[in-house]
Design a binder for this molecule. Sequence first.
Ligand code: ZN
Ligand code: ZN
Length: 192
Amino acid sequence: MKSFNDVVEFHGHSCPGLALGYRVAMAALQEFGERAEDEELVAIVENNSCAVDAVQVITGCTFGKGNLVFRDYGKQVYTFIKRPSGDGIRISVDWKSSEETDEEKSMWDQYMKGDRSEEVLKAVHNRKAKKIGLILEARNEELIKITKGKMDLPEEARIYPSLTCAICGEKVMEPRARVKDGKVVCIPCFEK
Ligand SMILES: [Zn+2]
Ligand SMILES: [Zn+2]
């Protein structure tokens, strides 16, 4: 089982968004029991924030394998579905960070105005670390809402034949090829 440290290592820094993604992914695994080796688990993520990196490391649903589907809805919602049964859980993040103190607010204002003094940096860092700690220690009920049931599986990742772009000469998979002036071209050449 991968830890939060593994997630931080992959992502490159520790942040509240990553911690939320970690908790979401852990909740999904609790439900399903095991990490996806291949395509037995599919994740649909409705944002492309830091959190998604945690989902990839913890659940094994990755962009490259095609069992991570991005829907650009700008929502903190993550759906995990088992193939082929269609048993799924939808996890919606519902976490309110504690009210900031006046001191924290004013430090943040200064930071946003470009103040990078030691005092401001320390305050901002501490605030972030506090948030991460709260997220990692919260109970599931304080962080997320879970709905379970049968869900629609997204289409499986398929392998398509390649065509050669008539303009740049590079290969392009068939469903992404376009026709321009009667020639088969790739999207970047089509849009030029
Ligand atoms: Zn991050
Ligand atoms: Zn091209």
